[in-house]
Design a protein around this ligand. Structure first.
Ligand code: PGA
Length: 227
């Protein structure tokens, strides 16, 4: 079985101090995170990226840092935007096409393609969020996260049967991409998805904000390899 991947999407949560507290807690229990088969990516908001990266380096934490967004433009006169070249010193992954960005910030299929291109220019791995089996997927996408709208932040995850069907279609359309599920994944719901063969892991929002809960989810992911 290939490596698992768990991605924490913190959205607009946590100050710099709270980001530091989270990673300091992880550093205290880092032995619990030495999983051979699960890659861990944490995506704080922009203000937390630098301190997150610094603490991970200082404590040799087995965690990669990701960004929740990227500018569709390269470095230059684009007020309020953060370019892929600026992010590339800190992050390895970029989330693109989350439904919250599509619905609230006008990310269109065109801007999504531009963002993917910007990320690939810097050799960053792209996690593309798709809302269903027919959402367009583009060249350069390394990871596809299936996140049905009805499941995001609702406490109402999709059924394992439906996730299996959707992942089959996504796999046929993009056989080289890793496939994740996201939407109300927590300590209870995670177990129902662990046996889905095409699934490589999870994109977790709310349940990734508490360090101990997040570690629990990472451990659950790791048990997949013994199924
Ligand atoms: P949730 O969010 O886990 O809080 O449902 C998932 C996401 O939107 O990434």
């Amino acid at each position: 079985m290939s490596k698992n991947l768990i991605v924490a999407n913190w959205k607009s949560h946590k100050s710099v101090d709270e980001t530091q507290q989270f990673f300091s807690r992880i550093a205290e229990v880092k032995n619990e995170l030495q999983y051979a088969n699960t890659e861990i990516v944490i995506c704080p908001s922009f203000i937390g990226l630098e301190i997150a990266k610094r603490i991970c380096s200082e404590h040799s934490l087995p965690i990669k840092i990701g960004s929740q967004n990227v500018s569709a433009y390269s470095e230059g006169a684009y007020t309020g935007e953060v370019a892929a070249s600026q992010l590339s010193q800190i992050v390895k992954y970029i989330i693109i096409g989350h439904s919250e960005r599509r619905n609230n910030f006008g990310d269109t299929e065109e801007t999504i393609q531009e963002k993917i291109q910007q990320a690939k220019n810097e050799n960053l791995s792209v996690i593309l969020c798709v809302q269903g089996p027919d959402t367009p997927v583009y060249e350069g996408v390394d990871v596809i996260a299936y996140e049905p709208l009805s499941a995001i932040g609702t406490g109402n995850p999709d059924t394992p049967e439906n996730v299996t069907t959707v992942l089959q279609t996504l796999h046929e359309r993009s056989p080289q991409s890793l496939l994740l599920y996201g939407g109300s994944v927590d300590k209870n719901s995670i177990h129902s998805f662990l046996t889905i063969e095409l699934l490589s892991g999870f994109l977790v929002g709310g349940a990734s904000l508490d360090p101990d809960t997040f570690i629990h989810l990472v451990s659950a992911c790791e048990t997949r390899n013994s199924y």
